[in-house]
Design a protein around this ligand. Structure first.
Ligand code: PMP
Length: 430
C-alpha cells in the first residue's frame, strides 16, 4: 500500500515534495507519539511533523474542541469569536516576562513564513527603517521576506532579488567556529554592533534584528549565555526591534514555554506557528508589545488571519500542556535522551556533540577526521526508519540528528526509541 501511494504521489504531486526519497512512508493513522503506515507498521515518532505535534497525533482533548467548533462555524476573517479571544488571552498568560500583560497578537495564515512577514512589516512600520540583521544558520521560511532573512542560499538563490538590506551576522555556534562559548558570543555581538553602529557596517537604515533563540534547521543550537541579552542591549541602544522566531523552539518544545525564557530575555516581537494550531491545524501568530500596536485597521490584511478551528485547537493544546505538566516532562525526558546519547559519545568519536534543551535535542556527527558527516547521519536515520523510529536531521552539513518528538512521548517509548538510535549509531560507525 505504501509503495502504491508513493508511486501515485510521484506521478501526480509536485516535484517540490521534499521527503519521500529520504523516508518512504505513507501515513495511515497517528496516535500520541506513534504513527501507523499504510501497511500497518507502527513507528515511534521523534519528528512530530517538524515540531508541530507537541501534544501528539490526534490528541482527543484537542479534537473534542475541534469537532465542536467545526460543527458551529469555521471561518469568519477578523470578526470576534470566543475562539480568537480565548487564544489571545492564553498566549498572554504564557508570554515571556516583559511581554506578559502587554501583549498584542496578529494572527496569520497556516505557515510560519506568514508570521515572519508580519514581523518584518511591523518592524518597518514602527521604526521607519528598512534594514534587517539576521543570523547565519537561520531558517525563517519560504516567502520572499522570510527567504531574505534565511541564510542558506540553497533556499533563495533562484529567487533574488529579495529584500535588499539584510545583513547576516554570525550565530554563536561554538562547535563550528572553534571558539569557546564566551568568545563565540563576544565575536557575534561585536559583529552585530558593528553592523548597526559603525558607519562602515553596511546597513544604512536598520529596522530590527530577527533571530532564533535556539537554532532549529541550523542544527539545534542554544546560544551560549549572554547572546540574547547582548542583542537586547544593542536593540535598545539603537531603537531597533528585536524579533525572536519561536516557530520551532516555542510552545513548550524546550521545556519552557519559549526558548527565550531560558535566558530571561524578552523580545519586542515574537513569531509562532507549527505547534500553535494545536497539533496540526493551520495557524501562525506574530506576538508583539502593545507599544508597537500602531497599525491602522487593514494595514496588515489577510483573508485567513486566524483559522477558527486552529485557534480552538491551539488553546486546548496549551491547556493540555499545562494540565499534564508537559514542560517538566519535556525537561526530564530531554535529559534522559541527552544522557543516553552522551553514554554513546563517551566511547564513539563519531558522535562529537550532544546538546539541547527539553525535547529539542541535537546530536552532531563527524567522520574519522573530525569533519561534519551528513552521510553518516543519513545512514543512522535510515537504520532508525527500518527499525521503527522516525527521526530527522538538521544542520548546515546535515550532520545533526534532530530529536523533536511530541511532548507526550512516554518514558517507555523514549527508551525503546533510544535503544534503536543507539543501535543505529553502533551499526553505522563500527
Ligand atoms: N522559522 C523557523 C525557526 C522554522 O523552523 C520554520 C520552519 N521549519 C519557519 C520559520 C517557517 O515555517 P513554515 O515552514 O511554516 O513557513
Amino acid at each position: 500500500n505504501t509503495r502504491a501511494l508513493l508511486e501515485r504521489q510521484r506521478e501526480i504531486d509536485s516535484s517540490a515534495v521534499a521527503y519521500p526519497d529520504d523516508i518512504p512512508i505513507a501515513f495511515e493513522e497517528g496516535r500520541g507519539a506513534t504513527v501507523r503506515d499504510a501497511d500497518g507498521n507502527t513507528y515511534i515518532d521523534l519528528f512530530a511533523g517538524i515540531g508541530v505535534l507537541n501534544v501528539g497525533h490526534s490528541n482527543p482533548y484537542v479534537l473534542e474542541a475541534v469537532h465542536e467548533q467545526a460543527d458551529k462555524f469555521v471561518h469568519t476573517v477578523d470578526f470576534p469569536t470566543e475562539a480568537r479571544l480565548e487564544l489571545i488571552e492564553k498566549l498572554d498568560e504564557i508570554a515571556p516576562d516583559g511581554l506578559r500583560g502587554r501583549n498584542r497578537v496578529v494572527f496569520g495564515g497556516p505557515t510560519g513564513s506568514d508570521a515572519i512577514e508580519a514581523a518584518i512589516k511591523l518592524a518597518k512600520y514602527n521604526t521607519g527603517g528598512d534594514g534587517l540583521i539576521a543570523f547565519r544558520g537561520a531558517y525563517h521560511g519560504a516567502t520572499s521576506g522570510a527567504m531574505s532573512v534565511t541564510s542558506n542560499t540553497k533556499f533563495k538563490g533562484h529567487y533574488t532579488p529579495l529584500l535588499p538590506d539584510v545583513v547576516h551576522a554570525p550565530y554563536p555556534y561554538p562547535f563550528h567556529l572553534d571558539r569557546s562559548p564566551r568568545e563565540a558570543v563576544d565575536h557575534a555581538l561585536a559583529e552585530v554592533r558593528a553592523i548597526v553602529e559603525d558607519p562602515y557596517g553596511g546597513l544604512a537604515n536598520p529596522a530590527g534584528m530577527i533571530v532564533e533563540p535556539m537554532l532549529g534547521e541550523g542544527g539545534i543550537v542554544a546560544p551560549p549565555e549572554g547572546f540574547l541579552q547582548g542583542l537586547r542591549d544593542i536593540a535598545d541602544d539603537n531603537d531597533l526591534l528585536l524579533v525572536f522566531d519561536e516557530i520551532q523552539s516555542g510552545l513548550g518544545r524546550t521545556g519552557e514555554w519559549w526558548a527565550c525564557d531560558w535566558d530571561g530575555v524578552a523580545p519586542d516581537v515574537m513569531t509562532s506557528a507549527k505547534a500553535l494550531g494545536g497539533a496540526g491545524f493551520p495557524l501562525s501568530a506574530t506576538i508583539y508589545h502593545e507599544d508597537l500596536d500602531t497599525w491602522g485597521p487593514g494595514d496588515h490584511a489577510g483573508t485567513y488571519r486566524g483559522h477558527v478551528v486552529g485557534m480552538r485547537a491551539g488553546t486546548r493544546a496549551i491547556e493540555y500542556v499545562q494540565e499534564h505538566d508537559l514542560l517538566a516532562h519535556a525537561r526530564d525526558l530531554g535529559e534522559y535522551i541527552q544522557g543516553r546519547l552522551r553514554e554513546v559519545a563517551a566511547d564513539n568519536d563519531h558522535l562529537a556533540v550532544v546538546r539541547g534543551r527539553g525535547l529539542f535535542v541535537g546530536a552532531e556527527f563527524v567522520d574519522a577526521d573530525g569533519n561534519p558527516d551528513g552521510d553518516l547521519v543519513d545512514a543512522i536515520q535510515q537504520y532508525c526508519f527500518e527499525h521503527g523510529v522516525l527521526i530527522w536531521t538538521a544542520g548546515r552539513y546535515g550532520n545533526v540528528l534532530r530529536f523533536l518528538p511530541p511532548l507526550v512521548l512516554t518514558r517507555d517509548l523514549a527508551e525503546t526509541a533510544l535503544d534503536v538510535v543507539v543501535e543505529a549509531v553502533e551499526a553505522t560507525t563500527t
